[in-house]
Design a binder for this molecule. Structure first.
Ligand code: ZN
Length: 418
């Protein structure tokens, strides 16, 4: 028994050391073996053994020759191998499905975007997701590897079971997306709520690294938030934290939300709401500009077109945005006063309206903020329309750096060879 335990401990210690070294290599981009040894206090032979494994077995690092010497043996330089190692990130949104083939530095190699067409139903959406992934898979070099597929999906995802318990946007309940996809794709699939992934992407790969407290508000077809507190992504007791769209911002409202309550922020300020209000203006003949932009076809009216009309000076569309942003600011005020964040990021389709939107927010936000939070910056998310895709990528990236996927593959190899 004693031997078994000491063997297991040595194995876990080796894995822990390997994780530390891989993390350092990935953070620095390239580093010498002797620097790795100094930084980790591991002996040079241990570093060599582990780095050799990362280079020849895991293929997550590569030797790129020797550096300059200070008299002794020239140091061997090891580089993080982002080439030939890829991740596919998918943003499964209610309006568009976006997929990206990215390297391990989260740099896009190729991307595809197609309309979701929710009305065509579940199987059609799954087929589209598979099609996008397969097309992206075919765009990698022959000798390269796709480590995993990350997917961001609008809805309540149980992180433990992987079941999408409820997705009001898609009208889904109890969906096991992993089962639907892994059988057909032969690559590990991971997913989470799209807004939480936006926050994860911002935390791991965003412009301002090392932020400990921030919120990402996803203002798109629906509204949700991803919250980071003390450097950790907030998941909540059962994983459903961040349902910012369902705080009530108008208790007198007669607008019923998809969740069944009245006056929810999502019911009053989402992209879906903006489009509905635009359609109403068109039906009441209140907007010539809107009518021209959509050729009189209400089905072509989106939040984007309403914003375009507002920017062109259309009074009725400007009023829609004024009202909607007032509600949104009320919501931002609640989040900012509750969390005292360093930054509130706005992501999602509505946030892509640039100065038009951020100027409106700035003109209204101050009355909802305590003096202590009055200077909270409200900024567009780092990755704009790619925020969910990059978040989905960072979900897989975390698993690669933690060597969870290498360990999983080793275990599978042992199982199949038995
Ligand atoms: Zn609601």
């Amino acid at each position: 028994m004693k031997n078994e335990f000491s063997k297991m401990d040595a194995g876990s210690l080796h894995l822990a050391n390997k994780r530390v070294l891989l993390k350092l290599i990935s953070q620095r981009g390239q580093i010498s073996r002797s620097e790795l040894s100094q930084a980790t206090k591991l002996t040079p032979p241990s570093v060599t053994r582990i780095v050799d494994e990362l280079v020849y077995k895991d293929k997550l690092a590569e030797y790129i020759g020797t550096g300059s010497s200070n008299g002794g043996r020239p140091p061997m330089i090891v580089k993080y191998k982002n080439k030939n190692n890829y991740i596919i990130g998918v943003d499964l949104g209610a309006t568009y499905i976006r997929g990206g083939l990215v390297d391990l530095n989260a740099k896009f190699i190729s991307e595809i975007q197609i309309p979701t067409e929710i009305e065509k139903g579940f199987s059609n959406i799954i087929e589209k997701v598979i099609n996008i992934i397969q097309r992206l898979q075919s765009r990698k070099e022959d000798n390269s590897k796709i480590w995993g597929i990350g997917i961001g999906v609008a809805g309540l995802v149980d992180r433990k079971t992987g079941i999408i318990e409820e997705s009001p946007d898609f009208g889904w309940s109890n969906i096991n997306l992993r089962k639907e996809l892994e059988d057909k794709l032969d690559v590990p699939v991971f997913y989470d709520n799209s807004t939480r992934l936006m926050a994860l992407g911002e935390l791991k790969l965003g412009d301002k690294k090392n932020l400990k407290n921030f919120a990402v508000l996803n203002i798109g077809y629906g509204i949700a938030s991803g919250l980071v507190i003390e450097g950790k992504l907030v998941k909540g007791h059962t994983g459903f934290a961040g349902e910012f769209g369902h705080i009530s911002v108008d208790t007198e409202s007669s607008v019923r939300c998809k969740c069944g309550m009245y006056g929810c922020l999502e019911a009053l300020a989402s992209g879906h709401r903006i489009a509905s209000l635009g359609k109403l203006e068109l039906a009441n003949n209140n907007s010539e500009i809107l009518s021209e932009l959509c050729n009189g076809n209400p089905n072509l009216i989106s939040a984007e077109i309403v914003a375009k009309a507002a920017k062109m000076g259309d009074e009725s569309c400007l009023k829609i945005y004024n009202d909607v942003i007032e509600y949104l600011c009320k919501g931002i005020g609640i989040i900012a006063n509750l969390l005292n964040p360093e930054i509130v990021y706005l992501g999602g389709g509505i946030s892509l309206n640039g100065d038009f939107l951020f100027d409106l927010v700035q003109s209204k936000i101050s009355k909802y903020l305590l003096p202590a939070n009055a200077n909270t910056p409200i900024l567009p998310s780092t990755f704009g329309e790619h925020a969910t895709t990059i978040g989905a990528v960072s979900l897989v990236l975390e698993k690669i750096i933690n060597l969870e996927l290498s360990v999983k593959q080793d275990a599978e190899k042992i199982l199949t060879s038995n």
